[in-house]
Design a protein around this ligand. Structure first.
Ligand code: C2E
Ligand code: CA
Ligand code: CA
Ligand code: CA
Length: 279
């Protein structure tokens, strides 16, 4: 009926209002949180399958608000991008992570690599590599041990300035990883042109190992393709021994996921690494 339709309309309108009110509210909180540096960085270890040890870690931002509780990055990172705040956020994360992981490297070895997530929004800045160079020199973190994870969806867009900027970043020794790989259908010729070091297989393909044969074929194919392009391959979201056995069988280089460790605070990471050292 018309009345029901109208009710439904006002229901949706109300939902949308709540949603946009929440966004406005969060955007204000976000600005304040940036000003007061009220974030934390957690680290999720990456394991080398062959050597069976931690060889690096991914920095993942955390925002715990006194009233809202934990606000997930999937909610506030896109907001920070929309609001033009992502530069400040990621800059803070990279700097903090470089400082933290320098400490970890001193204790556990210089082979340890740091990966940070890097929003495509940064690439509007022409002098992006200078900002990265500044952070490296301010913190003393070696560029060759830093990796930027950039989503495939963005890398798949044809963009000449992107290629130039990636090359400038590579000139600092910094490595480039293509995140959430497999969902944007990058062409091989495109991949060959980009200055990449690593492919990170999207979690959705790993999740269905053991239940979806198509996804298994995709995982195998991505690993082979990456190796043929001389790229390292990381499987993310490994939660079960079966998934690990599968990616190991096809010579995936590194794994990350709840099977090994969720993202954890620095002190817990150090404890985990100490346990690894002592047999
Ligand atoms: P991502 O880069 O794909 O990060 C992996 C996400 O999967 C993380 O969620 C991690 O906690 C989660 N994860 C790791 N292992 C497993 C697993 O075995 N199973 C499942 N189900 N999930 C797993 P998180 O920390 O909530 O981050 C979500 C996204 O937010 C990230 O996806 C990334 O795109 C973005 N993000 C996080 N931190 C930053 C940051 O500092 N800067 C930027 N630009 N983006 C960030
Ligand atoms: Ca990532
Ligand atoms: Ca990912
Ligand atoms: Ca993702």
């Amino acid at each position: 009926s018309k009345a029901a339709g109208r009710d439904q309309f006002s229901f949706f309108a109300k939902q949308m209002n709540i949603r946009s009110e929440r966004r406005i509210h969060l955007a204000q909180k976000l600005r304040q949180a940036i000003e007061e540096q009220r974030f934390e960085v957690y680290y999720q270890p990456k394991w080398c399958i062959r050597r069976n040890k931690i060889v690096g870690m991914e920095a993942l931002i955390r925002w715990f608000d006194a009233h809202e509780g934990a606000i997930p990055p999937d909610e506030f990172i896109p907001l920070a991008e929309d609001q033009g705040l992502i530069g400040l956020v990621d800059q803070w994360v990279i700097k903090k992570a470089c400082q933290d992981i320098l400490q970890v490297r001193q204790q556990f070895g210089e082979h340890i690599q740091l990966s940070v997530n890097f929003s495509p929004a940064h690439f509007i800045r022409r002098d992006l590599y200078k900002r990265i160079a500044e952070i490296l020199s301010e913190t003393g973190f070696p560029g060759t041990s830093l990796e930027l994870e950039i989503t495939e969806t963005f890398m798949a867009t044809e963009n000449e300035s992107l290629l130039e900027q990636l090359n400038q970043i590579r000139d600092l020794g910094v490595e480039i990883s293509i995140d959430d790989f497999g969902i944007a259908y990058s062409s091989l010729s495109r991949l060959k042109r980009l200055p990449l070091n690593t492919l990170k297989i999207d979690r959705s393909f790993i999740r269905d190992i053991g239940s979806d044969q198509d996804d298994e074929v995709i995982v195998k194919t991505i690993i082979d393709m990456a190796h043929n392009l001389n790229l390292k391959v990381v499987a993310e979201g490994v939660e079960t021994a079966e998934q690990l056995a599968f990616v190991r069988q096809y010579n995936c280089d590194q794994v990350q996921g709840f099977l090994f460790s969720p993202p954890i605070p620095l002190q817990q990471l150090i404890q985990l690494m100490e346990q690894q050292e002592s047999p």
